[in-house]
Design a protein around this ligand. Structure first.
Ligand code: AMP
Ligand code: TRP
Length: 353
């Protein structure tokens, strides 16, 4: 038995035959309307990776149902998220874009990973503790094994680079532990190590009602976020009503210390105009928030307008959108299924043919 001795004869056949260009994988849940936070913190960073890597992006509906989702809403939000991704610049010809539940390799490999990951590992996951809240007994078992499915999402493509927010780092460490334990237990070098590509702190968009809380699509207050589907009037109103402090804007970044709401609005303007907070403050330092908010609302509407128009166009023809996603699923499957089947063979499952 070669357990623990590194490479066995069953070795890395698939991995070595793949191109040297590292493969990127990321996913986003269709658990609400995509927000400005999702856009600036995640989606927008996925776009340039299409040109430098083989990029695979997925709307993770299987992950979404780890907490209750109204079926009609889930279906609508899944299409809406896919449309938002394309409208934001993901090109179904330059990347692989699909819906997670359309590719069975994810759940097949996730089952194997359920049997690889240890309960002790899952017990340390802070997202489970946060999402399950006080009444852990009432949480779904899916929510508990959520990180195993996420590990399968990535490993079934032998992806090595994963752009995510800071909050997902612990899950990626677990994915590496799972890959390593699988390799060790079956005496192979099959699953590669995964590197997180963590988006910088500047990309963290905060709630418009509380500058210390993340802008979130699950926040009960719609006023706390800009949705990618908000029209120009809604954007302007939400920005006008955004919480601020009574002081005018400072002239430099040091002056943002202890002013989370000001920092957030400055960061948003910098992000949508392709400048830096320092430049924003150089141009607008000394202004009151009334005037600054007008500038910000205008810039946001100008930036989001074309994205929203494209989203609308895509959603007006669901059959065409579904066609794009079906094609994405076919391409994803062509990569994922052989890797998943190799893992099944390594485990000792008899092939069907
Ligand atoms: P979620 O909305 O939690 O499913 O997150 C999807 C992706 O968007 C993840 O990569 C998050 O890190 C990112 N994200 C969500 N909310 C924000 C935010 N307020 N600021 C920056 N990134 C965010
Ligand atoms: N858990 C991630 C989030 O909530 C979404 C996700 C699912 C994901 N599978 C993934 C991200 C694989 C990166 C890679 O943001």
């Amino acid at each position: 038995m070669t357990r623990g001795l590194g490479k066995a004869e069953t070795g890395p056949a698939i991995r070595n035959s793949e191109s040297a260009m590292s493969r990127v994988f990321s996913g986003i849940q269709p658990s609400g309307v995509p927000t400005l936070g999702n856009y600036l913190g995640a989606i927008r960073n996925w776009v340039p990776l299409q040109d430098t890597h083989e990029a695979i992006y997925c709307v993770v509906d299987l992950h979404a149902i780890t907490v209750w989702q109204d079926p009609k809403e889930l279906a609508r939000q899944t299409r809406e998220m896919a449309a938002a991704l394309i409208a934001s610049g993901l090109d179904p010809d330059r990347c692989i874009l699909f819906i997670q539940s359309h590719v069975q390799a994810h759940t097949r490999l996730a089952w194997i990973f359920n049997c690889v990951a240890r309960l002790g590992w899952l017990n340390r996951m802070t997202q489970f503790k946060d999402k399950a809240g006080k009444d852990r007994e009432a949480a779904s078992s899916g929510l508990y094994v959520y990180p195993n499915l996420m590990a399968a999402d990535i490993h079934t493509y032998h992806a090595t680079l994963v752009p995510v927010g800071e909050d997902q780092k612990q899950h990626l460490e677990l994915a590496n532990d799972i890959g390593e334990k699988f390799n060790h237990d079956y005496g192979v070098d099959f699953f590669p190590r995964i590197e997180p590509l963590i988006q910088g702190v500047a990309a963290r968009v905060m709630s418009l009602r509380d500058g210390t809380k993340k802008m979130s699509k699950s926040d009960p207050s719609d006023q706390s976020r800009i949705n990618l589907t908000d029209d120009a009037d809604a954007v302007a109103l939400k920005i006008r009503r955004a919480k601020t402090d009574p002081e005018p804007l400072p002239g430099s970044e040091a002056g943002l210390e202890g002013r989370p709401e000001a920092r957030n609005l400055v960061g948003i303007l910098a992000a949508v105009t392709g400048t830096t907070p320092a430049e924003v403050l150089r141009d607008h330092g000394g202004k009151g928030f009334g005037a600054f908010k007008e500038v910000l609302a205008e810039a946001l509407v100008a930036h989001l307008g074309p994205i929203q128009a494209e989203m609308k166009r895509l959603l007006a023809d669901p059959a065409a959108l579904d066609g794009l996603l079906r094609k994405g699923a076919d391409r994803a499957e062509a990569i994922a299924t052989p890797i998943c089947e190799k893992a099944e063979e390594l485990v000792g499952f008899l092939p069907r043919r």
